[in-house]
Design a protein around this ligand. Structure first.
Ligand code: UDP
Ligand code: MG
Length: 153
């Protein structure tokens, strides 16, 4: 089973959409293995958005991500990284397909509801960045045999 990270961004918290977003992943069948609220800092965002630090709008993104605390979640399932990215939709909410989270709740490139890890390698690094080991819980998912065929798990 794969684990991935999502970050509920400040725009989502301010708009009161946190529950709706978490609900989508729960309904899909992904297991919540970790969840906490935290205030992001300059340091963690420099690391997390290292690929954007040279962009002229980096400060704007950083401010947006620090506007309120965020909620970080660890979601688990077979192919969880791919499932979550597909459910999230493309970066620009105006281009994201209806039915995706960004397509349904965002009209912005920046204020696009959640962050989602983009590969298994990135997910492992990002989960370590935002969670301590004892904040990720491995517990039995009771519905497992109704979510998957027995040769899938
Ligand atoms: N972002 C932005 N303008 C851009 C590109 C990115 O405001 O031109 C913001 C946006 O919030 C995005 C985040 O920076 O979610 C990280 O960018 P990335 O390219 O990694 O997109 P993602 O993986 O979130 O789709
Ligand atoms: Mg990204």
């Amino acid at each position: 089973m794969e684990k991935t990270l999502i970050i509920i961004k400040p725009c989502t918290i301010q708009r009161g959409l946190t529950g709706e977003i978490i609900r989508r992943f729960e309904k899909k069948g992904l297991q919540i293995c970790g969840m906490k609220m935290m205030q992001l800092t300059d340091e963690i965002l420099f690391e997390h958005y290292a690929h954007l630090t040279q962009k002229p709008f980096f400060k704007r993104i950083k401010n947006s991500m620090m506007a309120t605390p965020v909620i970080v979640c660890c979601l688990k399932g077979i192919d969880a990284v791919r499932i979550v990215r597909t459910m999230t939709g493309v970066t620009n909410g105006r281009d994201a397909a209806p039915g995706t989270i960004r397509g349904d709740y965002s009209v912005s490139v920046q204020e696009n509801i959640i962050h989602a890890s983009d590969s298994a390698e990135t997910a492992a690094i990002e989960l370590k960045r935002f969670f301590n080991k004892n904040e990720i819980f491995d517990y039995k998912q009771n519905q497992l045999s109704y979510l998957y065929a027995n040769d899938e798990i």
